[in-house]
Design a protein around this ligand. Structure first.
Ligand code: NAD
Ligand code: UDP
Length: 335
């Protein structure tokens, strides 16, 4: 297939592009580098030894974005582009709503105009909100506690309405749990700007001595060791889930949500201890108070993805810790 990948220079996008190229799909990346670095494109070429097209375009610039559709016979889109920092979304809600929603409206309008009706959307486990118990199922009630989560929830709703209005669309809403890890080559990986918000990039920056110590947010949760429990998934397993979703909707229509997680609940201390043991590095930490808005426990029931996409994770927590460290230690300052 000829696949348009919005946000393909980003963390999950770049790993998905590698898997698409390895599977002999043709790839067209659109990204404005608002949260990524052009060097990633060289690295993707280096890993795959394959060519792809790239457009440095902001999705909000409809005129320039339309050129991508005019110049390419696109079969399907994977839509990663968007802002993703929860805390920042509380500070700058309009910017988040504008970028995440408007880019999706423009994308869907162009897809409709050029009769491209296969779409894989990056949603998030955050749409399960605070009131469900894990393992989380696709059928559970949805809610959001911050503007970022609200953009995901709203886009899921909007894409559902789009399908209702036109049953020729095939739309996968992929609800990611916590992607960590990196390509096994150590050449591409997560490259946050400034102080990392997420746990694994913080751990790797402590390990590489860019940060003095990790603050563990909360040690009094009702979990096996008091720290927060999440479902960490290797980014390469996650990337492969997108290809399975494309395959499902290649000859099918509908709109369906899928959890992409391992189903295993790992605490902050479990992850820190695994990382230390596997990589033989020290991670100094302190226990501090809870972070506002965090749930105690969040992990997936991914049986729907197994049944309907024939997808399951293949990589272990050891792979995740080893590959995250390989990326960070080989690229201490990112790209
Ligand atoms: P990322 O920031 O690394 O990648 C997003 C890419 O989109 C970046 O390269 C950025 O430059 C680009 N982009 C943003 N706005 C754009 C615009 N208007 N026009 C063109 N390009 C634009 O993020 P990621 O971690 O790879 O996440 C990808 C998607 O998955 C996002 O939608 C995110 O919300 C979602 N998601 C991520 C996680 C996670 O933990 N990383 C979890 C759940 C969902
Ligand atoms: N966390 C932490 N210290 C950090 C970053 C995160 O203790 O510097 C904890 C956080 O409270 C949560 C887990 O690690 O329990 C995963 O957090 P992350 O932000 O990576 O993912 P999310 O909360 O969005 O699932």
């Amino acid at each position: 297939m000829k696949v348009l990948v919005t946000g393909g220079a980003g963390y999950i996008g770049s790993h998905t592009v590698v898997e698409l190229l390895n599977d002999n799909h043709e790839v067209i990346i659109v990204d404005n580098f608002s949260n990524s670095n052009p060097e990633v494109l060289n690295r993707i070429k280096e890993i795959t030894n394959k060519e792809f097209k790239f457009y440095e375009v902001d999705l909000l610039d409809e005129e320039k974005f339309e050129k991508v559709f005019k110049e390419n016979q696109i079969d399907a889109t994977i839509h990663f582009a968007g802002y993703k920092a929860v805390g920042e979304s509380v500070e700058k809600p309009i910017s988040y709503y504008h970028n995440n929603l408007t880019s999706t409206f423009i994308l869907c309008d162009l897809m409709k105009k050029y009769s491209v009706k296969k779409l894989v959307f990056s949603s998030s486990a955050t749409v399960y909100g605070m009131n469900n118990s894990s393992p989380l199922l696709e059928t559970m009630p949805l809610s959001a506690t911050n503007p970022y989560g609200m953009t995901k929830l709203m886009i899921e709703q909007i894409l559902g309405d789009l399908y209702k209005s036109d049953n020729s669309w095939g739309i996968a809403l992929l609800r990611y749990f916590n992607p960590i890890g990196a390509h096994e080559s150590g050449r591409i990986g997560e490259n946050p700007n400034g102080i990392p918000n997420n746990l694994m990039p913080y751990i790797t920056q402590v390990a590489v001595k860019k940060r003095e110590k990790l603050s563990i947010f909360g040690s009094d949760y009702d979990t096996h060791d008091g720290t927060g429990v999440r479902d960490y998934i290797h980014v390469v397993d996650l990337a492969k889930g997108h290809i399975k979703a494309l395959e499902k909707f290649e000859n099918e229509t509908g709109v369906e949500a899928f959890n992409l997680g391992t189903g295993d609940g790992i605490s902050v201390l479990d992850l820190v201890n695994a990382f230390k043991g596997i990589n033989n590095v020290d991670i100094p930490y302190e226990l501090v108070s809870r972070r506002a808005g965090d749930v105690a426990t969040c992990y997936a029931d991914s049986s729907k993805a197994l049944k309907e996409l024939n997808w399951k994770t293949e990589k272990s927590l050891e792979d995740m810790c080893r590959d995250s460290w390989k990326w960070q230690s080989n690229n201490p300052n990112g790209y």
